[in-house]
Design a protein around this ligand. Structure first.
Ligand code: CA
Length: 226
């Protein structure tokens, strides 16, 4: 991400000044509105990376603004409220804000929250793979086909993950072993053909005839997009 641009919407000017100073110190570019009017149009026309949005504002309040912005944009929004009791109510409204901060806050806390939200959106979700009706949760070793848990063993999951991450690429049995095994696995786990057979069988229990991993004669196997 290039220098993030933070839009600060805050009617209390002393608070706004502190926020702007801290954001700038952090290297963020800031834009500032001291009331709610014009904010929606601004967000429509200008790129912003995050909005710090005060709840109580002259002209148009934070809730209305958040709702209107969510009609057309997923830009991260951190809502700022004066009362901690308010957060529960705001959560209940399902505004789609990414985080909530209560006044009084330390500027340090605000920066930490901004950083956390920006980090969250910056990281592509690499832990889930979607392909040909399959959904793999890499960290949990869970694979679904058409929404049904296939029930792979850890070794089967690793093999399937290798194939689905490289659609169309041919792997020899040796490639597979080199890619997925560590020394601690015993030799019986190294029978790749058996694992592939079991992988197919489990998928076919969900839907007969589906065979995403096909044999490449004399070489090995590959994942075929269906
Ligand atoms: Ca206010």
């Amino acid at each position: 991400m290039t220098t993030p641009k933070i839009l600060i919407v805050e009617d209390e000017e002393n608070i706004a000044e502190v926020l702007i100073a801290y954001c700038n110190q952090q290297g963020y570019v800031t834009e500032y509105f001291n009331n709610g009017k014009g904010v929606v149009n601004f967000v429509k026309q200008e790129h912003v990376d995050l909005i710090l949005l005060d709840l109580m504002l002259p002209e148009v309040d934070g809730i209305t603004l958040c709702r209107e912005i969510r009609m057309f944009s997923n830009v991260p929004i951190i809502m700022v409220t004066a009362k901690s009791e308010e957060v529960d109510r705001l959560l209940g409204l399902n505004l789609g804000a990414d985080d909530y901060i209560c006044k009084p806050f330390s500027p340090k806390e605000v920066i930490a929250r901004i950083q956390a939200v920006l980090r969250r959106i910056e990281q592509p979700k690499t832990d889930v793979i979607l392909q040909s009706g399959f959904k793999l949760y890499k960290e949990d070793y869970v694979a679904l086909f058409k929404g049904i848990n296939i029930g792979f063993t850890a070794v089967e999951f690793k093999i399937f993950l290798l194939f689905i991450s490289h659609v169309g690429r041919v792997f020899t049995r040796e490639d597979i072993i080199n890619n997925i095994y560590n020394q601690s696995l015993d030799m019986s786990d190294r029978n790749i053909d058996t694992h592939i057979k079991n992988i197919r069988k489990k998928i076919n229990e969900i839907e007969a005839g589906v065979n995403p991993i096909s044999a490449v004669y004399g070489v090995g196997y590959k994942f075929k997009e269906t």
